[in-house]
Design a protein around this ligand. Sequence first.
Ligand SMILES: NC(=O)c1ccc[n+]([C@@H]2O[C@H](COP(=O)([O-])OP(=O)(O)OC[C@H]3O[C@@H](n4cnc5c(N)ncnc54)[C@H](O)[C@@H]3O)[C@@H](O)[C@H]2O)c1
Length: 339
Amino acid sequence: MVKPIVVGIIGAGRIGRLHADNLRVMPSFKLKSIAEAVVGEELLAWAESRNLGSVFVNGEDLLNDPEIEAVFICTPTDTHATWIEKAARAKKNIFCEKPISLSSAQTSRALKIVKEEGVLLQVGFNRRMDPSFRKLKQLVQSGELGKPHVVKITSRDPQPPGEAYVLSSGGMFMDMTIHDFDMARYLMGEEVIEVYTRGANLVDPMFGRCEDVDTAVITLTFASGAICVIDNSRKAVYGYDQRVEVFGSHGSATADNCRPTTVEVSTAASVTRDQPLHFFLERYNQAFTDEVAAFAQAVRLQEPIICSGIDGQQAERLAEAAKESHRTGLPVKLSHGAI
Ligand SMILES: NC(=O)c1ccc[n+]([C@@H]2O[C@H](COP(=O)([O-])OP(=O)(O)OC[C@H]3O[C@@H](n4cnc5c(N)ncnc54)[C@H](O)[C@@H]3O)[C@@H](O)[C@H]2O)c1
């Protein structure tokens, strides 16, 4: 049996705890410690219920543990790059939640240090591992759909995040659409050459106060000429709406929403189905496990990283371009492959 990878998690909020619960039941990992800036009774009870040996307030204490081989960075976005640099210098392999940072200079610096130290970095674009989106990717790759012409991504949240989260998130394009930018690149297997955005503040004035949008349509043009349309909202009253279609010269393929059951109820009054699975924790449950399993294979078996630092960096470039296009009202051209 392959030796489990001893890991620590920095940041035990929503996503940190999700990864903790997944890592604990996976034989490829031994979750040893967490570091969390805000340690209260609730966190300690949570850590105890998971038999976690150490709870540090300072992530550097976790990085100083020579037994820990890999770290999961699950802190707010504006701290990721600093933790990547520290973890790389401590020679830990790194799984970092998306995005890598809020500035291209910081991301480049973090990636340079990762390269210098020769550690692995996987970025948490979990949707790449969703079984339905993987199938779409295979259909594109195999040529079954012919030459892709249009990709349509609908990505709407069931409820908006709080103001504090919005302020540290980098805004909707960097925080939420970034998954869709990565999905577009992943499905098409090529780079985007133009980004054009229409954004609006229609859900909650809080987003406007944070100089952010809560609604947007973004058009991406690929080097091949194919077009992608992404439509985003921070609030869909009927639930988490996550659909993707690839339309090509030989046909189209659609990944629909996932629902708790497939039952459809037809009466004289209506035809109804369950609402989509509530939110990302439920909808992408399998993908969160599978991305971590892929990380283990990269660390132990030298399999290729499923989502690299460069993938993270390219998605950030698209988010920056979307922001710029929203600001100016003009399309933004991107130089192809220039990183
Ligand atoms: N892949 C996904 O689908 C997905 C989903 C949600 C969030 N995320 C990403 O995960 C990150 C965290 O999001 P979240 O929703 O879990 O936020 P969160 O606020 O719930 O959790 C962040 C935690 O980090 C802690 N923290 C802050 N600074 C710290 C430090 N220096 N050291 C240790 N702990 C620190 C906070 O106290 C908090 O408990 C964000 O970058 C977000 O973009 C990814």
